[in-house]
Design a binder for this molecule. Sequence first.
Ligand code: ADP
Ligand code: MG
Length: 603
Amino acid sequence: MTDTRLATTAVPVGENPPRVAARLEALWPYLAIGAAAVALPLTGDTYWGIIATRACIYWILVAGLNLVVGFAGQIAIGWVALLTLGAYTASVLTAGTATPALPPFAALIVAGVAGAIFGLVVGLPALRLRTFYFAMTTLGFATIVTQIALAWQSVTGGGIGVPGPEFPGWFSTPWGFYYLCLALAAICTWMTANIAASRFGRSLIAVRDAEVAAEAFGIFRPTLLLTVFLFSGAVAGVAGGMFASLQSYITPDAFTFDLSVLFFIAILIGGRGSIIGPMLGTIILTVLPEFAAPLVAWSTFLYAALLLLIVLLIPGGIADLIDFKNRRPLERHREIAPRPEMIGPLIGHTAAAKSLTLENIALSFGGVRAIDGLDLEVRPGEVHGLIGPNGSGKTTTLNVISGYYAPDHGALRLGGDTLAPGGAHLRAGRRIARTFQTPRLIGAASVLENVMIGGTIDGHASFAESLLTLPRHRRDERVLRDAAMATLTAVGLEPLAGVRADRLQHSELRFMEIARALMLRPDFLMLDEPAAGLSAEEIKRLGTLIVAITRAGPGVLLVEHHADLIFDICDHVTVLNLGKILAAGTPAEIRSHREVVSAYLGA
Ligand code: ADP
Ligand code: MG
């Protein structure tokens, strides 16, 4: 059923942004760095060769960590633990101190697997702990790994250490080893860039910047985070193996806290949610000490000063600095011109659209009865207005329907099915979509990407398929992108598709949120004060848009303060006061309801 509806979204879109030019614009920094890196051996300078090798190895780790820190926003500060683990795994296995000796490449693969497993273990606390608490657990893990390496003398050599793996043949020469590291670094760049441009990358940033919205669109934070920790751990393990080989001999004090800070800061100064930024950050931080060699005692101080400077002067990091596209000025007088006639084909015919019913729902916060025995029915194809003074429980009602709060008692039904209380991330699968009273957006992502978030659950490709851009991933992206472009055209925002969302005006954000909700091809849509902050003309257009949505099938529950909009487009109105229904009926009945007029609408 999903697929037939997907097919109907192939609405002619008009002009797509010229993709080849956009591709090149995004690609040139990588090509420039790659060309310089490949040509480096021509200089014949082996000293810089070693530094470049180290930069490649650091980047292998940072590329993966970037998904955790830069994209998902997790403060994983002790990631050196995974480097240590990978280094010791690869070294111990090739040295054969615990097992029969393995060939170096086999040992490297095992290091990657060990890294993946421990990445998962280090990441687990992130499901419950936030910010600094999680950061502390990663630090604790780093200490534990070092202490084990010190104590387990028979295997790791303790304080004396163990030789690192030596790769065979050409790879044992400095430049051969350099090219091996460069190739691995390039593969990691390619894979993480693939993830960044997939529904997984967008979901990670959504979890970071708009967690509630992410949940409402079916993004399940725990599996997403654990997948990324797994991947990030794997590449960190591989980086560890290469690091041990570069060092040729490893002891626990090769893995300092400074190194962990370097990885973390490389991402921060590079810019969160970017690939090229942290890559440049890693290169800069690896090379910097060479220039600051006379100041080596000051290196920690220099890092701190650099970080402070960047955070204060360019909070978006290097990525922001080189984001020329988003510095082009936007047109000043922009108009949102929706095309309601496009809505029908976009949503597809939802003959199956169902009524949403609330029965005697109640929810208290401590002593406050936010909703107190609410009955409500929203039928398919109708606009149901929910009005009432501030604090009367409107948003709370939407949150209960969204599964964000579990009601104290009462039942919630869609068609014949009971909706389980709670389970916000499951509502998207029921085709229940919503917007938020305060727009919840990903400021750093483009308008198009924000809208694509709405279609996340319709993607079929797995994380691994996206990592390698396999056909299913490419099909997902094409379908999602076309649908998002068409939806943006329908709400009248298509000229802004490529613009960062935090550059939009408030009214544009409201329409963007509606576009995101429509991407779910909802059977039921909730709008929380969509007209707040809109001009009179925009409110009129919004009204036409909402009516067009209901014509296509879904029921709409509209929370609003603008009486004109409510009375113009609603089929049915419910008035709340202190969590109870004060009145319910047709707009005409409500308009002449004595109590409503005196308590809420005014004279
Ligand atoms: P409305 O959207 O109609 O303005 P809300 O549904 O946001 O009102 O709020 C209804 C009541 O519930 C208010 O008294 C508000 O303070 C309270 N409330 C809402 N959410 C919470 C919460 N998370 N914790 C405590 N009280 C809350
Ligand atoms: Mg509200």
